[in-house]
Design a protein around this ligand. Sequence first.
Ligand code: 5GP
Ligand code: ZN
Length: 111
Amino acid sequence: MDKNCLFCRISRGASSTDFLFENEMLVVFKDINPAAPVHLLIVPKKHIRSINDLSDDDRPILSEMLMVARDMAAQYEVAKSGYRLFFNVERGGGQVIFHLHLHLIGGWNKR
Ligand code: 5GP
Ligand code: ZN
């Protein structure tokens, strides 16, 4: 837990952000500035700066993030039409919040 980290605060429930899903490892909420009709963020509760900072012990977190992303895609009805999952890594990769998060975007063409 990093006191100055926005996603630490959000994932601890210390903000008004609604969770679409929560378990012991992670939370899912809507991106405040959506880049697509569906734009969700899958965010571990543990403070990890970026993909670069993952340790071997974090393997279960990563796999849970992907499995929950799969489930959220189905729930938000973009699984069949298709979606993108991505991590921005460090400033040059477009990362602005330095707490690991997986973007799920889709819903452009729900056919
Ligand atoms: P990054 O560029 O670091 O991969 O993505 C950070 C994302 O977090 C951005 O898409 C941004 O819109 C989103 N974001 C930033 N602050 C907040 C916030 O306070 N609440 C929510 N729900 N999303 C946020
Ligand atoms: Zn954090």
